[in-house]
Design a binder for this molecule. Structure first.
Ligand SMILES: Nc1ncnc2c1ncn2[C@@H]1O[C@H](COP(=O)(O)OP(=O)(O)OP(=O)(O)O)[C@@H](O)[C@H]1O
Length: 247
């Protein structure tokens, strides 16, 4: 299982003031790390840098325990980004190759095996998300990156998708990093939460959470624990979610 060492000194776009400042830390192998921070602080930028889609400018991002030169990355974006001219099955074949049994397995795990031959335009928003999650898992990724994958879904659908995501993740135990601005979502899924400041962005607080195997969102006691952790954190650090550290 891979771990990631972030040693970023700075990241800016063009000549503008830096988005990321000095951002350091270790993303733990086989765990779920949530990145929480105010809008525009550079969460997607950081995820793109980890994925290798953006360069790190100053500083570096190191991986350990990678099977090849680069980690196999599954990326779940804010919008599903499916190829509109391909069916659900064909969208997965693009990644996994034809006749790969993993395609039916992952679509089935996401509860949409019956949508195999549907085109994205024939699927609801929630079903398109399911296909995009299946597409990330079908690649057997060592590293899963998720950028606010459950926004704009109704609450029961989002909860169902979170549970299905965890069930898939538990089979593979890949290292997962997900971006959210929803504190309760972060607490409900993550082993560790990193809170980011406003630009130039740094990590201002980290929180470790003791998760039951099926995660806190899986039962009523867990839901109560999420509320307890959220309120005690915000009592201690009232401005944390605005990207301001407690002094
Ligand atoms: N390709 C780009 N070119 C220029 N500026 C960019 C680019 N991508 C992001 N930015 C800028 O970098 C800053 C951080 O953007 P980013 O999308 O990483 O933040 P975020 O924390 O994910 O935001 P949100 O929570 O609103 O999605 C913003 O000011 C944005 O305008």
């Amino acid at each position: 299982m891979i771990s990631i060492t972030l040693n970023i000194d700075e990241k800016s776009y063009g000549s503008e003031t830096p988005v990321l400042g000095s951002l350091r830390g270790q993303i733990k192998p086989g765990k779920i790390t949530a990145i929480v921070g105010p809008s525009g602080c550079g969460k997607s930028t950081l995820l793109n840098m980890i994925a290798g889609l953006e360069n790190s400018q100053k500083g570096e991002i190191g991986f350990s325990n990678v099977s090849e030169e680069k980690p196999r990355v599954g990326y779940i974006f804010q919008s599903p980004r499916l190829m509109p001219w391909l069916t659900a099955e064909e969208n997965l074949e693009l990644i996994a190759g034809k006749n790969n049994p993993a395609i039916q397995e992952t679509l089935s795990a996401m509860g949409i095996l019956d949508k195999l031959d549907s085109y994205p335009a024939q699927l609801s928003g929630g079903m398109q998300r399911r296909v995009s999650i299946a597409r990330a898992f079908v690649y057997d990724p060592e590293l899963l990156l998720l950028d606010e994958p459950f926004t704009s879904l109704d609450a029961p659908t989002a909860d169902q998708l979170r549970l299905q995501l965890i069930a898939l993740w538990q089979r593979q135990q890949s290292t997962m990093v997900f971006v959210t601005h929803d504190l309760r979502e972060a607490i409900s899924l993550a082993d560790e939460i990193w809170f980011l400041s406003r630009p130039p962005t740094e990590v201002i607080h980290t929180l470790s959470i003791s998760q039951p195997p099926k995660r806190l969102l899986s039962d009523i006691q867990g839901i109560q624990e999420i509320d307890r952790i959220a309120s005690s954190l915000l009592q201690q650090h009232p401005k944390l979610l605005s990207g301001i550290a407690h002094h």
